[in-house]
Design a protein around this ligand. Structure first.
Ligand code: MSP
Length: 600
C-alpha cells in the first residue's frame, strides 16, 4: 500500500507495534488513540493531574449568564479535583481575533486591541466577583499565544496537511464558521428580503470566494471515527457523542484555515505569507495548548486536558480540534464535556432580542453563591434550561435558606446548643443497627439516613465526574431533607436536659446532625464556596479538615474516634443564606441592554 508522505510522518511517531499494525491496513485503523506508551507518564503524579478549560470568550459583547455557566461548571470541577488531592489547572480567557471582533471594534470606532482589552477586563471582573478560581487567563492577543499558533501552523504545513487552495462557499461571521450547502437555508427577513442563514445557529451567512490555505480535514474523517469508536466517553454526554458520529457519516470537506488580509486584518498572520491571516478558530483552539506551555513543556498538562464547551461549538471541539491535534501528532483531549444553553422564556438569549441576563446584576440580587447554585442545580447538560427569577428564588429559599440554613440554625442556636460545641455522641443511644432492627432510641429512618450520608461522597463524586452536577446537588438536597426529618422526628427541644439519659440522646441528635452538615458543607465547596466556608467555619472545621480525602462521617457510630467531638463552634453566628424576597422573584430578569457596549 502506498502511504501518503504526510501520513508517513505521523506513522514515525507511533510506537513500533502500532506502526506495523497500521502499515498493513487502511488509514482509519492506523490510528490508535489509546494513549501511546511514550505519552504516558510513569509517575503517580500523572494520574493526579487535571487540566480543565472553558471556551475562550468572544469579546464582541459583555458577558452574560450563559458565559458564566461555562465558567461555573469548569470551576466546580476544578475545585472538586483540588479537594481530591489533584494537581489541577483551570484555564479560561478571551478570544480576541477574527472578523466579528474586527467589525465590533469598528462599529464603536475603537482600536481593536483597546476594545478587546476593555471587554476582556469585564470577563475577568465577572469571574473574580463570581469566585471563579481560574489558574490561567489567556488572551489570544498575547505574544506567547501568537508564538504557539505560528509553531502549530508550521508543524501542519511541514507535514503537508496545509496547502494553498481556494475556498468558495458560505461563511457566517457571527459564528466564524464555514458551512456546506446542506447547513444553510433561505428565509425572508423582517424587511421582506430573502437571506441565507445557518440552519443550526440561525445567523446570516454570506457567499465568499477566496484564495487561502486549506487544511486536509477530509483525511481525518476515518481517524476521527476510529477515535470515537475507541473512546466512547471522549464526548459527553452520550447524546452529543452520537451527534458527532452522525456528522462524520457525511463527507468532511477540507477546511479553509486562513483569510485574505484585505478582509481580515485583526488576527495572527500566516507565517511567511504577509497576505493571509490565520482562521480565528484555528487560532482560538490552540489557546488550550498555549496555556499548557506549547510548544515546549506542555506534555504533562496536555495529557490531562478536559474541555467544557457549549453545544454550539461542538463541531469545532469534537471534529476540527481533534483533527488538528492528530495532524500535529499531539494527544487528544481526554474528554470534551458539552453543556446545553440557557434560554429566557423559551427563547435563545441574544443581543438583538435584548433578553440577555446580566450575571453581575443577578449576583447582586441573589448573591454569588445563589447564582452558582441555581445554575448548577437547574442546568442539565442534555437540554436547554430556562432562566427565570421566580424559579431561582423558590429554589434558593427552599434548599439553601430553609433546608440547609434551617438545619444549621437548629443545631447551633444557643437555645438548643447552650455550650456552643460539637456535642458528644453516645453509642448507647444510637447503636449500630439497621432499619429492620433499630436500637437504642433510634427509628428505622435514622439508619436509612446514616446509610445515605455515608454513601453520599461517592455518589456526588460519580455525578461530578460524569458532569451531572445537578444530580450531585439533588442527592445532597435529598440527604439534607432526611437530616431535617431526623431532627424533627426526635424533637431534641422536648428533651429534659436535667435527665442524664435525655441529655446524652439530645447531644447525640445534635452530633449526628452536625456530622451530616459537615459532610454537606464539605461536598458543597466546589459549588457554593462562600456558603460552604461559612457553614464549615461555624461548625469549627479547620481548613485542612475540608478536603474530600479526610472527610469521614460519623466516626463514633462506627466505633472510631471523632476529631470534632467537644470542639468549640466557630464564632460567626449569622444566617447561612438569607431568604430572598418573593417580590424580587417576580421581577423580570434584568437584561443587558442591546447597545450597552457602544457607550464605552
Ligand atoms: N470564542 C468561541 C469559543 C472558542 S474556544 C476555543 C465562543 N465564544 S462565545 O463567547 O460565543 O461562547 C463561549 C461559551 O459560552 C460557549 O461554550 C457557549 O456555548 C457558551 N454560551 C453562550 N451562550 C450561552 C447560553 N445562552 N447558555 C449557555 N451557554 C452559552 O464560542
Amino acid at each position: 500500500m502506498r502511504i501518503k508522505p504526510h501520513l508517513r510522518v505521523l506513522a514515525r511517531c507511533l510506537e513500533e507495534p502500532v506502526r506495523s499494525r497500521w502499515q498493513g491496513s487502511k488509514l482509519s485503523s492506523a490510528w490508535s488513540f489509546q494513549r501511546r506508551p511514550s505519552q504516558l507518564m510513569h509517575t503517580d503524579e500523572a494520574g493526579k493531574m487535571f487540566y480543565i478549560t472553558t471556551p475562550i470568550f468572544y469579546v464582541n459583547a459583555a458577558p452574560h449568564i450563559g458565559h458564566l455557566y461555562s465558567a461555573v461548571i469548569a470551576d466546580c470541577l476544578h475545585r472538586s479535583r483540588l479537594l481530591r488531592g489533584f494537581n489541577s489547572r483551570f484555564a479560561t480567557g478571551t478570544d480576541e481575533h477574527g472578523l466579528k471582533i474586527q467589525q465590533a471594534a469598528e462599529s464603536v470606532q475603537k482600536h481593536p486591541l483597546a476594545f478587546c482589552s476593555e471587554v476582556s477586563e469585564k470577563f475577568k471582573h465577572l469571574f473574580t466577583k463570581s469566585n471563579i478560581s481560574y489558574t490561567d487567563f489567556i488572551r489570544t492577543t498575547e505574544s506567547r499565544h501568537r508564538s504557539a499558533v505560528e509553531h502549530f501552523w508550521t508543524v501542519l504545513l511541514k507535514k503537508g496537511l496545509i496547502y494553498k487552495g481556494s475556498y468558495e462557499g458560505w461563511y457566517s461571521t457571527q459564528d466564524e464558521s464555514f458551512l456546506t450547502p446542506t447547513q444553510v437555508t433561505k428565509v425572508t427577513d423582517a424587511n421582506g428580503n430573502e437571506i441565507t442563514i445557518s440552519t443550526e445557529s440561525g445567523h446570516k451567512v454570506e457567499w465568499m470566494k477566496e484564495d487561502n490555505y486549506m487544511f486536509r480535514l477530509s483525511e481525518f474523517r476515518a481517524p476521527l471515527q476510529q477515535w470515537l469508536r475507541d473512546n466512547p466517553s471522549a464526548v459527553q454526554p452520550e447524546k452529543f457523542y452520537h451527534i458527532v458520529l452522525q456528522w462524520l457519516d457525511d463527507d468532511l470537506p477540507d477546511l479553509s484555515v486562513s483569510r485574505h488580509k484585505s478582509r481580515l486584518q485583526w488576527g495572527i498572520g500566516v507565517p511567511d505569507d504577509p497576505e493571509q491571516t490565520v482562521y480565528v478558530w484555528l487560532d482560538a483552539l490552540v489557546n488550550y495548548l498555549t496555556v499548557a506551555g506549547y510548544p515546549e513543556g506542555h506534555g504533562l498538562w496536555w495529557s490531562a486536558a478536559h474541555h467544557i464547551v457549549g453545544k454550539d461549538i461542538l463541531k469545532f471541539h469534537a471534529i476540527y480540534w481533534p483533527a488538528f491535534l492528530m495532524a500535529a501528532d499531539l494527544p487528544l483531549p481526554q474528554v470534551v464535556n458539552v453543556h446545553s444553553h440557557w434560554t429566557v422564556q423559551g427563547k435563545k438569549m441574544s443581543k438583538s432580542l435584548g433578553n440577555v441576563v446580566d450575571p453581575l446584576d443577578t449576583a447582586q440580587r441573589y448573591t454569588v453563591d445563589g447564582v452558582r447554585y441555581f445554575l448548577l442545580r437547574q442546568g442539565v447538560p442534555d437540554h436547554d434550561c430556562d432562566y427565570d427569577d421566580a424559579k431561582l428564588v423558590k429554589l434558593l429559599n427552599s434548599e439553601l435558606a430553609d433546608a440547609l440554613g434551617g438545619l444549621l440554625n437548629r443545631c447551633t442556636a444557643p437555645s438548643l446548643n447552650p455550650t456552643q460545641t460539637y456535642p458528644q455522641f453516645c453509642p448507647g443511644s444510637f447503636p449500630m443497627g439497621s432499619p429492620e432492627e433499630p436500637k437504642g432510641r433510634t427509628k428505622p429512618e435514622d439508619y436509612h439516613m446514616v446509610q445515605s450520608v455515608t454513601e453520599l461522597p461517592s455518589v456526588v463524586l460519580e455525578h461530578l465526574d460524569s458532569l451531572h452536577i445537578y444530580k450531585a446537588l439533588e442527592s445532597i438536597s435529598a440527604c439534607v431533607r432526611q437530616t431535617n426529618g431526623f431532627v424533627q422526628r426526635h424533637a431534641p427541644w422536648k428533651l429534659d436536659l436535667a435527665d442524664a439519659a435525655d441529655k446524652r440522646w439530645h447531644d447525640t441528635i445534635l452530633h449526628v446532625s452536625m456530622e451530616c452538615l459537615r459532610v454537606y458543607g464539605t461536598l458543597l465547596q466546589p459549588v457554593v464556596p462562600g456558603l460552604a466556608d461559612k457553614l464549615l467555619s461555624r461548625l469549627g472545621v479547620r481548613s485542612e479538615e475540608r478536603t474530600w480525602e479526610v472527610l469521614g462521617f460519623l466516626e463514633r457510630y462506627y466505633g472510631r474516634k471523632c476529631a470534632f467531638e467537644g470542639r468549640t463552634l466557630g464564632p460567626e453566628t449569622g444566617v447561612l443564606f438569607n431568604r430572598l424576597e418573593r417580590d424580587t422573584g417576580k421581577a423580570k430578569p434584568k437584561t443587558i441592554k442591546k447597545n450597552k457596549l457602544k457607550s464605552h
